[in-house]
Ligand binder design. Structure first.
Ligand code: HEC
Length: 102
């Protein structure tokens, strides 16, 4: 009999070793405004307008990071955050500017 607990442990460890949140297949409608893309793709984790979830957790509004760091984060993702390969370069830059302006 397979042990379901052991199986899920292996699955979690494999995910941790891969070291990323995977890739999102979110694709913005062409010509979407950055606030719309943010609401659709980012707000579920970073809160409305990047104001954070559960208080300051994951707050990114008014970020001090350079635009290039933010666009890189969107393109590459993180340990938990998925990458967004379908968000184009111009849209990533617009999103970064939008986040910093909040
Ligand atoms: C599934 C949840 C999730 C989604 C969706 C998500 N993020 Fe994140 N984001 C995170 C987590 C968790 C971190 C911090 C840990 C990490 O890098 O994985 C993070 C970190 C960041 C950072 C770096 C913050 C810092 O101060 O270092 C930026 C910038 C960012 N996200 C922007 C975005 C943008 C823009 C989108 C939408 C295109 C987005 N995120 C979508 C979960 C998410």
């Amino acid at each position: 009999m397979t042990n379901p607990i052991r199986f899920s442990l292996v699955a979690v460890m494999a995910g941790a070793l891969a070291g990323c949140g995977g890739a999102s297949d979110y694709k913005p409608v062409a010509g979407s405004a950055p606030e719309q893309i943010f609401a659709e793709a980012c707000a579920s984790c970073h809160g409305e307008k990047g104001s954070g979830k559960f208080g300051f957790l994951l707050k990114i509004a008014g970020s001090d990071h350079e635009v290039a760091e933010i666009t890189g984060k969107i393109a590459e993702g993180g340990m938990v955050m998925p990458s967004f390969p379908e968000i184009g370069e111009a849209e990533r830059a617009a999103l970064a500017t939008y986040i910093k302006a909040q």
